[in-house]
Design a protein. Structure first.
Length: 145
């Protein structure tokens, strides 16, 4: 059983943790701050262990891989420790993409992403194609994987 540590417990981190649990990983979610009550309830209902108010470096560095939420800067001490330990570190989007088998339309750029994404989603639904809206609008990609 792979050991997954998820750094950050907002929408993308919770989605990544739930995906890890569905994939049979042993999951620990670690957040430097307070985890919102609704997210704590989700983790508890799924049987996912979590910590808040700081990081247990010894437990994090025992991971087989780490998923980092986008709000955690790359210069954070915990991220540097993961890099120094040469533990694979990926984003929630990469984790979800590795696990999905459905086609993905990804929108990047500096302006118009939300509008373009919403328009494409609308067009797909109007054409009778089942489509999920995820990322910066909607829920995390990992929740839909």
């Amino acid at each position: 059983m792979a050991k997954l540590v998820v750094l950050g417990a907002a929408e993308s981190g919770i989605g990544a943790a739930l995906l890890g649990k569905r994939r049979g990983c042993e999951v620990l979610v670690s957040d430097k701050g307070k985890i919102a009550d609704a997210y704590q309830r989700e983790l508890e209902a799924a049987g996912i262990e979590y910590e808040q108010g700081g990081h247990s470096f010894d437990r994090i560095l025992a991971a087989d891989f780490v998923v980092k939420s986008p709000g955690i800067p790359n210069h954070a001490a915990v991220v540097q420790a993961v890099h120094d330990a040469e533990i694979p570190l990926i984003s929630e989007i990469e984790w979800a993409y590795r696990c999905t088998k459905v086609p993905v339309i990804a929108i990047t750029g500096s302006n118009g992403k939300t509008t373009t994404t919403a328009l494409i989603h609308h067009l797909l639904l109007s054409a009778g194609i089942k489509a999920a809206l995820c990322g910066n609008i909607g829920s995390s990609f990992a929740r839909h994987t």
